[in-house]
Write a protein that binds this ligand. Structure first.
Ligand code: NAD
Length: 499
């Protein structure tokens, strides 16, 4: 955690090992909350932070502050707004290590992962939208026949409500925050109650960057109280949500009568298709990452692997051997590949799916219940499990249909291209898929037929922020990218002038 600065009003130095007490960030100042929720370090099970248990009153205060700041912020040029964001990005980058350590402690991911993926991506989110949005704001068209010039204004909407999950805490929050701000909106954000610490540290970065007060407000707390108060607030015209399909459905229902603009990034049941002409070594290395990185808790993680029959046996042997070698342990160890899952209830949920798999006739080839999990004494109460590979399940079984969101992947054989396309598409989700083949034409063909927001061929999780991101079916509504976010966080107005 950063040391206390003159601006950290409402915060005081804490003793080592005392839980961090988090405050809300409203109108540019840290505002203590009366009630708190315990937040556990997933690698030990010990309480390490106390999160505000905010409700309607805190959300009202934050929305009022954001509304008061809207006029001043929305009237600034895009370049001025960009300069503010770039200053925040620079300070955040200068504190990369402390943010990486805190993200790891809060979420459970290895520190190296937060150091090379999460926090650099937060910096990139701020810089990308700061640079990209000013060039995309308005268009114009002269129509000589009608004797007019038309131009559009992409106008900010007011206070944007941002709700984010616990798996990529600051990464996903800044992916919403940066375009919302660049488009001229002010913001009230509610991070996940499971992982609030880096968002709190980020408030201090905003203060140190002299970010205009009230433009960003962060209210911490639970979904059904703080989250619900935010999404249903009459002065919040747009809501960007990332989280589970169940919560997304609730938000869609609760906000529909209020005609709010919604962006919903939700769950997935992502498949990989492995053809027998693929580069097997590279495919297995990619699938190890796509199945088990962040303990399988990335919305884009692979949880169904379809392998062409001629390769099936060989693939299973090699992939299982790789999974058995995955090192699990304290997230601060530099050679640990997988830390704990994020919470005890989540671990219990994920483990239940292994029982379901056995009930449904599957065989657990490696992982939980097969190999011993050897942990240091201080991590015995942490929420760890081994990467688990299951085979022998029908496509309709629970593990093949429902989002597990943990380090469990199911492997199944297929014969033909047509067959595998039908089977991959046979789930309620459609976030992403990956295809492994050395036949370029087949790569394109299959990608065109898979019902998913993103299809990778011979790679996974390669993201270009200019490219649309989002899901189909129960995985999402709307897209996020330079252009898509610009459209979401603004409304276009056409101005027509007779010349
Ligand atoms: P979740 O739906 O439980 O919570 C997400 C956020 O919504 C949290 O901040 C939570 O407090 C809030 N929330 C919960 N109930 C609410 C309510 N009634 N009103 C308003 N807000 C409410 O999801 P989670 O467990 O934090 O995250 C895991 C899920 O997120 C997985 O399903 C995963 O696939 C999904 N996810 C999707 C993407 C994507 O881009 N599609 C990215 C990351 C995670």
């Amino acid at each position: 955690m950063p040391s206390t600065t003159r601006k950290n009003r409402g915060t005081k130095r804490r003793k080592m090992d005392e839980p961090i007490v988090i405050n809300n960030f409203i109108g540019g100042v840290m505002v203590p909350c009366q009630d708190h929720i315990d937040s556990h370090d997933p690698s030990t099970g010990l309480v390490w932070a106390k999160i505000p248990d905010s409700g309607q009153a805190e959300v009202d205060a934050a929305v009022n502050a954001a509304q008061a700041a809207f006029e001043g912020w929305s009237c600034k040029s895009a370049q001025t707004r960009a300069n503010h964001l770039l200053k925040v990005a620079d300070i955040l980058e200068s504190r990369l290590e402390e943010f990486a350590v805190a993200e790891s402690r809060d979420q459970g991911k290895p520190v190296w992962l937060a150091r090379i993926i999460d926090i650099p991506r937060c910096v990139l989110n701020l810089r990308h939208f700061a640079h990209a949005i000013p060039h995309h704001l308005n268009t114009s068209n002269v129509n000589p026949e009608m004797g007019v010039v038309n131009y559009t204004l992409r106008e900010p909407q007011g206070v944007a409500g941002l709700i984010s999950p616990w798996n990529l805490p600051l990464y996903l929050l800044t992916f919403k925050l940066a375009p919302a701000l660049m488009c001229g909106n002010t913001v009230v954000a509610k991070p996940s109650e499971m992982t609030s610490v880096t968002a709190y540290m980020f408030c201090k970065v905003l203060q140190d960057a002299d970010f205009p007060a009230g433009v960003v407000n962060i209210v911490f707390g639970r979904g059904p109280s703080a989250g619900q108060a935010l999404i249903t607030h009459p002065q919040v015209p747009l809501v960007s949500f990332t989280g589970s399909t169940l919560t997304g459905k609730f938000i869609a229902q609760a906000t529909a009568p209020m005609f709010k603009k919604l962006s919903l990034e939700m769950g997935g049941k992502n498949a990989a298709v492995v053809f027998d002409d693929c580069d097997m070594e590279s495919c297995i290395a990619t699938l190890k990452r796509s199945s088990f990185i962040n303990s399988g808790q990335v919305c884009l993680c692979t949880s169904r692997i379809f392998v062409q029959k001629s390769l099936f046996k060989d693939f299973l042997e090699k992939f299982t051997a790789v999974a058995r070698e995955v090192k699990i342990g304290p997230p601060s160890d530099k050679d640990v590949f997988m830390g704990p899952l994020n919470s005890k209830p989540h671990l219990e949920k994920v483990l239940r799916y292994i029982s379901y798999a056995v009930e449904d006739g599957g065989q657990v080839l490696c992982g939980h219940g097969v190999e011993i999990l050897d942990l240091p004494p201080q991590n015995k109460e942490g929420y760890f499990m081994r990467p688990t590979i299951i085979t022998g399940l029908s496509d309709k079984s629970r593990c093949m249909q429902e989002e597990i969101f943990g380090p469990i992947t199911c492997v199944t054989p297929f014969d033909t291209e047509e067959e595998v396309i039908t089977r991959v598409n046979d789930t309620p989700y459609g976030l992403c898929a990956s295809v492994f083949t050395s036949n370029l034409a087949r790569g394109h063909r299959v990608a065109h037929k898979l019902k998913a927001g993103t299809v990778w061929t011979n790679c996974w999780l390669v993201r270009d922020l200019d490219m649309p991101f989002g899901g189909v079916k129960k995985s999402g509504l709307g897209r996020e990218s330079t252009q898509d976010s610009l459209e979401f966080y603004t409304e276009a107005k056409t101005v027509c002038i007779k010349i």
